[in-house]
Write a protein that binds this ligand. Sequence first.
Ligand code: NDP
Ligand code: 2IT
Length: 459
Amino acid sequence: MMATQPRATQHEGLSTMLEPVYAEVLRRNPGEPEFHQAVCEVLETLAPVLAARPEFIDAKLIERICEPERQIIFRVPWTDDSGTVHINRGFRVEFNSALGPFKGGLRFHPSVNLGIVKFLAFEQTFKNALTGMNIGGGKGGSDFDPKGRSDAEIMRFCQSFMTELYRHLGEHTDVPAGDIGVSSREIGFLFGQYRRITNRWEAGVLTGKGLDWGGSQARTQATGYGSVLFTAEMLKASGEDLHGQQVVVSGSGNVAIYSIEKAQQLGANVLTCSDSGGYVVDDKGIDIDLLKQVKENERGRVSDYAERRGSSARYVAGGSVWDVPCDVALPSATQNELDADAASTLVRNGVKAVAEGANMPTTPEGVRVFRQAGVAFGPGKAANAGGVATSALEMQQNAGREIWSFEQAEDRLAQIMRAIHDSCYRTAERYGAPGDYVAGANIAGFERVAEAMAAQGLI
Ligand code: NDP
Ligand code: 2IT
């Protein structure tokens, strides 16, 4: 499964008032198609809220919200196990701190560049607002490729990365977590280096920590579990549930694995998982224990899963996981992995609900296909907000020096996902777009950030 190359974003849905704002974003951020796409998708839905709140226009709230507060780019030198020197580039985009300290993950992947980090930080701002918690939006990462690297190489890279980044962090300033290529192993190395440089055991400076040293129960599970809980809420709104539904999941990382686990717990049959090499269809349903063994313990590929699983599973090299007929689709790998053709195939095959476990996995044209076909579509900033919400719960536990049980953390996650769903649902209705979770999420997130920015003056 390959991510589709981003194209220049069409913007037939932009109101005349917002055209010049978007034109300025394009002018100021050349060569950053993912950022353009993310901005365009939000601006397209904001006309009704601006009509109701003209003071936001006078305060240039939209222009301010599209400009990051701060962007940090730095050199990350490290040596591999043979002593060869490598230079990578590190990024942290601190997008908006009106609602709380900058909060958002770190991505280690060769495709990372400033535009990708900026799109993720922009999305994160609205997502974090939707959680109702006090977290601002940020994102970071590096074009470092962790694939095939030893633990010692990963450690040296993380130490070098943190040696620059630490000066920009702090529990009240900026609090990173994981994303693609960054899991608890990397968070451990990053935390160790932060502690060593600052001489502070400052738990609240990173989330996704190990359970013995300040991590929260259920953070590992939270994004995937949350995305399935959001899907269940969308289905409930149309009188259905997940029981007996055929589910197709893309990806086989943190988000995909725990989406599969929660969907199975709720009685669904999960048929697929994938990686950048191809996908697996398992007629008996994915064996979650085997998948965890291959991916989490052995850092293997989904082709290894298919080989070990026996006759029920087959591996399809390349190809599109979206060709597999299903009731529910959960894109949980990366941006722009589900385009208009894939969306049309899913619609033809009778898909009822799509929830984005990944950030912006559906292209704008794909989203249009789902909306026109009346498919319940949960955008990433709502559907995958359970991860960052549980990060905020981790910060809360760290601040109070508390340790919650798994059940406590999972209960809170479930409440938060219900509240996010209801807020998107009600906001969409309030602005005359019932059932449109894209509009609901964008407007509800925007309103909260904009109110806070307006109240805090021109900063
Ligand atoms: P992981 O690194 O654990 O897994 C990523 C998965 O996506 C792998 O299966 C990987 O395959 C696949 N993938 C990554 N990049 C590409 C690409 N360019 N083309 C095709 N496949 C790709 O990451 P996560 O599960 O944490 O993240 C998945 C998505 O969820 C991302 O969009 C992330 O931003 C989003 N997200 C993550 C959260 C979290 O808490 N971790 C929270 C909210 C959203 P391969 O191994 O072959 O590269
Ligand atoms: O995209 C995301 O929301 C994340 N990668 C999680 C961010 C966080 O701070 O937990």
